[in-house]
Each structure stands twice: as structure tokens, then as C-alpha cells.
Design a protein around this ligand. Structure first.
Ligand code: NOJ
Length: 549
């Protein structure tokens, strides 16, 4: 039943996250759709990404951009049909790429027929599909996630005079995983989409499946048991397909979601993300080194997913209070930039549109341990608009060219207007213009992906810091024993980056590699030979090198 002969393909893959509504409008109704996406698959292939991750595509009132599902076995009418979806899946596979989709397991929309049925009466056959209570005082140790909009995780429902439980917006009631029927239904939904040929799921909001009194209702043993059931199901029926966990937690808690290779194949590494930004502002590597030292080893089949930005606010949940204040001061000086415990900005504006810093963070993203994810539009340095509602300002239409509506659509009215400000507006920042400019961010990223693809060490190699005395420099070894590389059985790459805006000098003990001449695989430049003396280096401001020995 597997169509993936390489069962661990995800370890080498570069992911590309996109919101169908924002990518390309195929029927000129102002909403991006699957037909539009189909016409852009060549673009994604040309960029060199391996796996496309689609944000939720299901029927939904789109109160939370599809994370409020009102039907699990269909496609939102604005996005197309199941036939269109199948065509996208086939188109992606024909181009040698993979596709995963979001599955929202923790909650549904309050428009979902299950919930309508459940709330209709205490005797409803679907009553126990959701979490109901006479009191809003249960599970008081559970935090509120959408702090800017919700004041409680309970919502009173006048229809039956009881409260229902929700971890996100109150329009998103939580499913009750104590119900065997709910547990089974989700496995059936998994099968439905796997049968359509997808390569796996990004599983939304994993830590919150169960509730237990006296706990914070996150990462409970019951949740892990259910995840094990999901994985066993996928392993048996869909080998080669993956489950990727969205669990915004500390590394040790996320580590538990890999189990003994019997829970998730992949999980996002949330805590490293803000620390990449922090290190850049502090011009010091310490925060990155600390968090990676705090990151446990993962089992052989598991892989981290790392990212710089995504469709949500840049989350600051996995930092200390002091670090959060620092990040807000540095990266969200205008209060409106802040949302919940995070920052609603895109990559390029966060970095003051400084192409050196944008390239530097990308060079780290593509060489640190794990599979990297690009958020659509970040490959051209798209901007944002903090004045739009909620997280809409980082979900604006993709900027393809400088024609009307950025080449996204010819409709008079779009789901969200294209960006048109003097710095990030579509006439200046767009795919066409960057493809025509060999020095553009787009070309840089495409080149880095091409290089990465030739070196298995990045997806599969070991990781170890080299800690030069100068803390403005971050350096790490990626090493793999059996690289199946033509020239040598061991592949050894030293990544070294300058986190500061000044030239930095240092020396490194490379005596282990004495007698060799490193080559920067990003530029093909050969560096001075290594001997038993300390190796002297000077790095230009925000420079990065991938030195192969
Ligand atoms: C996490 C998703 O990334 C976010 O966009 C969504 O609002 C919540 N889960 C709720 O589904």
C-alpha cells in the first residue's frame, strides 16, 4: 500500500508551507484555490522544495482559517473539489514531490454537524463527542491559549444550560477523546485522506486531546496512548506516510511525542525558533547553544522540523518571561505587532528587510538538525500588515508579479488585499522580479536548496557544536559516516556563521582535519589548507559558510 519506496524520505525533505487561499486564484473569485495551486507546482519544483504542506482545506466557516472544520471528508467550496485535490496530489507526485495536509484532531467548528447535534440535547447520541459540564470550574489548571480573545476555556451554551470545553476560540469546541467513537472516527478520517494519496499529516494541537482534573491538560499519558494508536494504524496501513506533530512545548516534552519510534515521525522544534532571532539581536550564540544542549536525542526514525516563521504569530511561549520581554522590545516595538504570546510579523520585516540577515537565518535553517520548512512568500522576503485582524497580516496573497493584484487573481475583490506598501508592496517584491535578478533572495534560497540536496549530511548527519572563543560566531559540525558520496565515505561539514554586523576573527582547532583544504560548498571556494596549528578565520558581517572537509 506504500507508494513511497524510500520510507524515511522526510529526513531529507525541505518542506514548503502554504495556505491555498493565499497562493493562487484559479477561478478569479478572489480566493486562492486548488486549481490555482496546480498551475504553480512547476514554480515549487523549480524552487527545489520536496514536500508541500497545505493548511486546512476542509469545509469551514473560516473563523480560524480552516482550523475550525465543519466537515472532514470534503474540500472547502472556495478551494475546489475532491477531484481538484486529487489533481494536485498527482501533480505533486509527478514532479517527485510529496504532500502533507493539516488535520485538526483536537476540535471542530461549532458549525460542524456533530456539534450541532451534540448541543441539541443532553440525550443526543453525539453528546459525549464533546466535553460538556454543568460547571465552568473544572480543569482550572489549564492555561488559556488565545489570551487576547478568550477569557475562559469554557463556553456557556444556553440550549442545554451547560458549558463546553474549548482550548482555542470558543467557536472551536474540543472533541472528547474519552469517547471511543471519536477515537475511531479520527482514524477513519485519516484513512479517507491517505486513500486519496497524500503522504501524511501535520497534526494540529496535539497536546490537548484529553482533559484530567488536577493537571494542566497537556501531554497527558492518555494523549500519548492515543497517538500510539494513530501511529500503529499508519504504520500498518500506510507505511511511508508520516505524522508531524504540532506540539508547542519544551524539547523534553516534545521528545515524548516521538516515543520509541511509535508516536510521531516528526515534530516541530518550537523553542529553537525564537532563539535564532534572539541570537541575532544579541550578536551572541548563547541562546541557540543552550536550547540545543537541552534538546534530547531522538529515536532513529524520528526527525525534527525546524522553521523561522509560519502562518501564526511568532510564538514566544517557549521562552522565559525575561526573554519574551526582550523579544517584544526588539522585534515588536509597536504594541499592535504583539498578539497573544507572540509577534504577528513576517521574516523580512522582522529583520528590517536586511538581506544579509535574512540569508543568514536561512543558511542556519537549512543546516541545523532537522527538516526545514519555508513559509510561502518568505523565499521572496514578503512583508506583512500588522493592522489586519488576528493573524491575517501574515496570510496575504502571494506576490507573483507586478501586474494587477500581484498576479494572484483578477477578481475585483480579494479575500485579503495584496500588500501595497512602499517597501514590501507587490510592485517591488514579487517572484517574477526576483527570478530575473540572479542576486535575489529567491535565487539564494534556490541555490542553498540545491546544495543541500547533494549532501545527505544535513538531513541525516550528527550534530556537534564547535565553540570558538568568539561568541558572536556560531559553528557546528554536521557529520555522516555513510554519505554514499562518490568521493568519500565520511562527509564532514563545518557550518560557521557570523551573528554580528561586524567582521569577526577567531581560531578553531581543526587539527583532526590536518592535511585537507576545506571547500565552501555554497560558493565552491577553496579555503587555505589546515595543519596542526589553530586555524584562523575572519568572517564578514552576517557571513555564513558551509565548509566541507
Ligand atoms: C495551531 C494552528 O497553527 C493555529 O493556526 C490554530 O489557530 C490553532 N492550532 C487552533 O487550531
Amino acid at each position: 500500500m506504500s507508494h513511497n519506496p524510500n520510507l524515511t524520505w522526510y529526513k531529507d525533505a525541505v518542506f514548503y508551507e502554504l495556505y491555498v487561499r493565499a497562493f493562487k486564484d484559479g477561478n478569479e473569485d478572489g480566493h486562492g484555490d486548488l486549481k490555482g495551486l496546480l498551475t504553480k507546482l512547476d514554480y515549487l519544483q523549480e524552487l527545489g522544495v520536496d514536500c508541500i504542506w497545505l493548511l486546512p482545506i476542509y469545509p469551514s466557516p473560516l473563523f480560524d482559517d480552516g482550523y475550525d472544520v465543519s466537515g472532514y471528508r470534503g474540500i472547502h467550496e472556495d478551494f475546489g473539489t475532491l477531484e481538484d485535490f486529487k489533481a494536485v496530489v498527482d501533480g505533486i507526485h509527478e514532479r517527485g514531490m510529496y504532500i502533507i495536509v493539516d488535520i485538526v484532531v483536537n476540535h471542530t467548528s461549532d458549525h460542524h454537524p456533530w456539534f450541532i447535534e451534540s448541543r441539541s440535547s443532553k440525550e443526543s447520541t453525539k453528546r459525549d463527542w464533546y466535553v460538556w459540564s454543568e460547571s465552568d470550574q473544572r480543569y482550572r489548571d489549564a492555561r488559556i491559549i488565545f489570551l487576547d480573545t478568550e477569557t475562559s476555556n469554557w463556553e456557556y451554551d444556553p440550549l442545554t444550560g451547560e458549558y463546553y470545553w474549548h482550548r482555542f476560540f470558543h467557536q472551536q469546541p474540543d472533541l472528547n477523546y474519552d469517547s471511543p467513537a471519536v477515537q475511531q472516527e479520527m482514524l477513519d478520517i485519516i484513512d479517507f485522506w491517505m486513500e486519496l494519496g497524500i503522504d501524511g499529516f501535520r497534526v494540529d494541537a496535539v497536546p490537548y486531546l484529553f482533559e484530567r482534573e488536577g493537571t494542566n491538560c497537556e501531554n497527558l499519558p492518555e494523549t500519548h496512548d492515543y497517538v500510539k494508536r494513530m501511529r500503529a494504524h499508519v504504520n500498518t496501513r500506510w507505511p511511508g506516510r508520516i505524522l508531524l506533530a504540532e506540539a508547542n512545548q519544551w524539547p523534553a516534552d516534545v521528545r515524548a511525542y516521538f516515543g520509541d519510534d511509535d508516536e510521531f515521525h516528526m515534530a516541530f522544534h518550537f523553542p529553537i525558533m525564537p532563539r535564532l532571532f534572539m541570537a541575532l539581536k544579541q550578536q551572541n550564540r548563547k541562546s541557540i547553544v543552550d536550547i540545543l544542549h537541552r534538546t534530547p536525542e531522538i529515536p532513529p526514525l524520528a526527525q525534527w522540523c525546524i522553521f523561522l516563521r509560519n502562518h501564526d504569530e511568532l510564538t514566544l511561549e517557549m521562552v522565559t518571561e525575561e526573554e519574551r520581554q526582550y523579544m517584544w522590545e526588539q522585534y515588536a516595538p509597536i504594541p499592535r505587532m504583539r498578539l497573544n504570546l507572540g509577534i504577528r510579523r513576517r521574516l523580512a520585516p522582522l529583520l528590517d528587510n536586511d538581506s544579509r540577515q535574512i540569508k543568514l537565518l536561512n543558511a542556519m535553517l537549512f543546516s541545523l538538525p532537522g527538516s526545514p520548512i519555508i513559509y510561502y512568500g518568505d523565499e521572496i522576503g514578503m512583508g506583512d500588515d500588522i493592522w489586519r485582524e488576528d493573524r491575517n497580516g501574515v496570510r496575504t496573497p502571494m506576490q507573483w508579479n507586478s501586474s494587477n493584484n500581484a498576479g494572484f487573481s483578477n477578481a475585483a475583490q480579494l479575500y485579503e488585499p495584496v500588500l501595497n506598501d512602499p517597501v514590501f508592496g507587490y510592485e517591488l517584491v514579487n517572484v517574477e522580479q526576483q527570478q530575473a535578478d540572479p542576486g535575489s533572495l529567491w535565487h539564494t534560497i534556490r541555490h542553498v536548496l540545491e546544495v543541500r540536496k547533494r549532501h545527505k549530511v544535513f538531513g541525516r548527519g550528527t550534530f556537534a557544536f564547535a565553540l570558538p572563543e568568539n561568541e558572536g560566531l556560531l559553528a557546528y559540525w554536521r557529520v555522516i559516516e555513510d554519505a554514499s558520496a562518490a568521493d568519500s565515505p565520511v562527509e564532514k561539514v563545518l557550518v560557521i556563521v557570523n551573528l554580528t554586523g561586524e567582521t569577526q576573527q577567531t581560531t578553531l582547532d581543526l587539527s583532526e582535519c590536518a592535511g585537507t583544504r576545506p571547500v565552501d560548498i555554497l560558493t565552491d571556494k577553496v579555503w587555505p589548507g589546515v595543519d596542526h596549528e589553530p586555524y584562523s578565520l575572519a568572517l564578514a558581517p552576517y557571513a555564513y559558510h558551509w565548509l566541507k572537509f
